[in-house]
Design a protein. Structure first.
Length: 468
């Protein structure tokens, strides 16, 4: 295993370049690729939690999707956040359209169909995460109230057809919209009609990173089932609990899924890198200009270049951010397998994984839970989760049985962390809504669907129940 001192020495030995930055310097060989991960290693006292939350903006009366341009579109919302709440504009290039905001270490960005995403600042505990999420929703509500807009925390747009949605003017999205439909049936739905919550976690070493990645990938189907929350499509009940999960089953298999190459004991950064090298690229940039090399693997780009351009560390980091496995390795471990959620489940995903990954005993217990889980059986249950959720059968038992054990391990991990808020609650308070659902073998979609049927009142019920 590569130890930190060795890694640091190696990093320092290859840093000097006659370029403006290391990110712009041509990569010399594949051994440099792991530096992205090596440099991200942090001692435990610097570990933080980051939460990301996407949501759909819709007309409060009709459910019509929020468009990108105009005062009543996402542009108007972003400008209101700038004027009222101290956010700062970020464009993709000088003079380009407004597609992102930044405030401190937090950002607000746009997904291809105008889904709005908060990428929160790294926080020391779950109480701070929950406060940040609530504050973000309150800011959005103030900015949208006068416009007659509400925000929906659902994993799939409950009303919009593809033709109803705009394309956010970001260069990568224009390339993805052409490429992804050649790689799976649901590429455009993934881009424009899905929304998720995610959580990001630090790691101290290569061994720690790969251990956390392996546990999280093996538990990814459990995560998806627990947080299933997209039972509506184009204004109708589908019989699914997560259309978002169904969509992800058929989106470019070379950049999605459970990355079984990383599951072996003793897996290293190199195992993830080998997987990433064989995934197709979308693009890279030079001097602010986009070069479309869609489909070229990074392995080929590194070896042969593209139209005279050589691969750089910046290109590699961009490529890593265009891979969409259920758990992604980059400068953090990113948990990705959950639908977007309404209250009271805002903070449940980061709470669950904080308890599992940031307590040594809990991580060891989670590792023991997944030790004998096989890729083929998890892949098979993934195909049933969109319809059955926690009621899917796994090894002769409801999937909920495994989920209960996972939640219990996480809860005890949070308890041992013993981080209290001023009201006297420790971090388990953010996990309890999920804990109650799992005990009933339910997911958020089951709550949404209680008492509902297709009919004239369905739209109003979705707008009421799905609002964040």
């Amino acid at each position: 295993m590569l130890e930190s001192a060795t890694v640091t020495d190696h990093a320092q030995s290859i840093d000097p370049h006659p370029y403006g930055s290391v990110a712009e310097a041509p990569l010399r060989d594949e051994s440099e690729l792991e530096l992205v991960f090596v440099r991200a290693c942090k001692p435990r006292h610097l570990w933080r939690v980051g939460a990301e939350a996407e949501k759909f903006g819709v007309d409060a009366q009709t459910g019509a999707p929020l468009h990108y341009p105009g005062d009543r579109g996402v542009e108007g919302i972003l400008h209101a956040l700038i004027e009222r709440h101290g956010w700062h504009e970020e464009a993709e290039y000088p003079g380009g359209p407004l597609i992102a905001l930044r405030r401190g270490e937090a950002s607000v960005t746009l997904e291809p169909g105008s889904q709005l995403e908060l990428s929160g600042a790294p926080m020391p505990n779950m109480h701070a995460i929950a406060n940040e999420l609530v504050s973000h929703i309150n800011e959005l509500a103030k900015s949208a109230r006068d416009l007659g807009i509400v925000w929906l925390g659902l994993g799939f747009h409950p009303f919009a057809r593809q033709d109803d949605l705009d394309w956010v003017p970001k260069s990568r999205y224009a390339i993805m919209r052409e490429y992804l439909p050649t790689r799976g049936a649901f590429g455009l739905d993934m881009m424009r009609r899905t929304a998720t919550v995610q959580a990001n976690f630090d790691y101290s070493s290569e061994q720690d990173a790969m251990r956390k990645l392996r546990v999280a990938l093996k538990l990814a189907p459990v995560t998806t089932a627990m947080f299933a929350n997209s039972p509506f499509v184009e204004g109708k009940i589908t019989g699914e609990v997560s259309r978002r999960a169904r969509v992800w089953l058929d989106v470019d298999p070379d950049r999605t899924g459970l990355v079984p190459q990383t599951w072996r004991d003793g897996a290293r950064f190199r195992d993830y890198i080998e997987w990433a090298l064989d995934s197709g690229m979308f693009m890279f940039k030079r001097e602010g200009k986009v070069l479309d090399n869609r489909g070229q693997t990074f392995r080929d780009f590194l070896k042969n270049g593209f139209k005279g351009h050589r691969a750089t560390m910046g290109d590699w980091e961009m490529h890593l951010n265009t891979l969409f496995p259920e758990v992604r390795l980059k400068r953090t471990i990113e948990i990705r397998g959950a639908d977007s959620l309404p209250k009271p489940y805002f903070a449940a995903l980061p709470a669950l994984w904080t308890g599992l990954l940031y307590d040594d005993t809990a991580l060891a217990e989670a590792e023991a839970l997944v030790e004998d889980l096989r890729f083929d059986e998890l892949q098979e249950v993934r195909k049933r989760i969109p319809w059955e959720g926690l009621r899917a059968t796994f090894r002769g038992k409801p999937f909920a049985a495994l989920a209960e054990r996972v939640v219990d391990v996480a809860g005890r991990g949070l308890e041992r962390r013993a981080i209290f808020w001023r009201d006297g609650n420790d971090e388990r308070v953010h996990l309890r809504p999920l804990e109650a659902l799992v005990a009933r073998a339910q997911c958020p979609a089951d709550v949404l669907l209680e008492g509902l049927s297709d009919g004239p009142d369905l739209k109003a019920s979705i707008l009421e129940r799905g609002t964040v």
